[in-house]
Design a protein around this ligand. Structure first.
Ligand code: COA
Length: 330
């Protein structure tokens, strides 16, 4: 039996207006624009306003994706929202977005695969459509990391930003869409990338607030070592599953964490840097939103055209890693 071809039929993005430049951090922590720029490639990032939550960003990206796909919110039968920074501990952010966009016929669920979340969610959407369970799925990656990272911790505060991307996933014509995917995970037993408290392991308390352990903590060098292996491995696994080689790719959309991680992956994969789309200089690391934000910008610039072969590759907390090969369908 021939399986359905599933692909992205519309994509939308949203970032908050407020720009936080590297030099703005010089006023609050012991850092410099030069350090951040040379160690990461980041120049500025967007921060949500006091009143903006993850769902607000996700809903704006979702509306743009629906417009791009030329379908209405009522046509969506499932929302899968990837985030590490939900609006609330209980009530999924997907359900809040459902209300904000009026997707009255949809089921809605959050997933957390950190910075691999967008690719994980796209993979789940594909499986649901191939099985016949759903027809039009809204996949969203949305984050407000600025409220979950310790602004006084220079190891993390300068790296992250806020944003959202959304894709409408549906059946597409033969020969197009998602060709293959790879999902991986290896448990982070040492806690190199984790928010240690504020969940059920160590609930919020005065002690937690005093030690600031309700914010993300990271052992940067351990994460770096994982990332430089995970990005090539995930991409190669997905390419193998597609029966393709690195040179078959027209473009790669990697998770936008650090330009040095992407340069290392470019060497290992023997794919020239020009094929890696980068916009981390403007947005920093936006976790589950970053791959979609990069893809959305490339589409707007006309850099991705129908028939192009592209890879989306993520890695992050968990530790998770994931990649997907697509033949672009519009
Ligand atoms: N400004 C100035 N100095 C800083 C700093 C900042 N924002 N952050 C750390 N430093 C200091 C460190 O304290 C250290 O000082 P010391 O030598 O006196 O101890 C020094 O810079 C070097 O730190 P190091 O961790 O060795 O730097 P690095 O070259 O490894 O770069 C990261 C740090 C975080 C940029 C890098 O490890 C990285 O990108 N890791 C992966 C992070 C990531 O991608 N996370 C998300 C994954 S989804």
């Amino acid at each position: 039996m021939k399986l359905k071809n599933v692909g992205i039929i519309g994509l939308g993005t949203y970032v908050p207006e407020n720009i936080m430049k590297n030099s703005d951090f010089e006023k609050i922590i012991d850092t410099t624009d030069e350090w951040i720029r040379t160690r990461t490639g980041i120049e500025e990032r967007r921060f949500a306003s006091e009143t903006e939550a993850t769902s607000d960003l996700g809903a704006e990206a979702a509306k743009a994706a629906l417009k791009s796909a030329n379908i209405s919110a009522e046509d969506i039968d499932m929302i899968i929202l990837a985030t590490t920074t939900p609006d609330y501990p209980i009530q999924s952010t997907a359900c809040v977005v459902q209300e904000l966009i009026g997707a009255v016929n949809a089921a809605a669920v959050d997933i957390n695969a950190a910075c691999s979340g967008f690719v994980y969610a796209l993979t789940m959407a594909k499986a649901l459509i191939v099985s016949g369970m759903n027809k039009n799925i809204l996949v969203i990656g949305a984050e407000v990391l600025s409220k979950c990272v310790d602004m006084l911790d220079r190891n993390t505060s300068v790296l992250f930003g806020d944003g959202a991307a959304a894709a409408v996933v549906s059946e597409v014509e033969d020969g197009y869409g998602i060709i293959s995917q790879f999902l991986g995970s290896e448990a982070d037993v040492k806690g190199v990338l984790r928010t240690p408290a504020g969940g059920t392991r160590k609930p919020l308390s005065q002690e937690v607030l005093d030690e600031r352990s309700n914010f993300l903590q990271m052992k940067g060098q351990d994460v770096f070592k994982f990332a430089v292996k995970a990005l090539p491995k995930a991409t190669l696994e997905a390419l193998n599953a597609a029966g393709m080689k690195p040179e078959d790719l027209d473009m790669v959309f990697p998770h936008q964490a650090n330009v040095r991680i992407i340069e290392a992956a470019s060497k290992r994969l023997e794919i020239p840097m020009e094929k890696f789309y980068l916009n981390l200089n403007k947005y920093g690391n936006t976790s589950s939103a970053s791959i979609g934000l990069a893809l959305g910008e490339a589409l707007e610039k006309g850099l991705v055209k129908k028939g192009d072969t592209i890879a989306l590759t993520g890695f992050g907390a968990g530790l998770t890693y994931a990649s997907m090969i697509l033949k672009w369908s519009y």
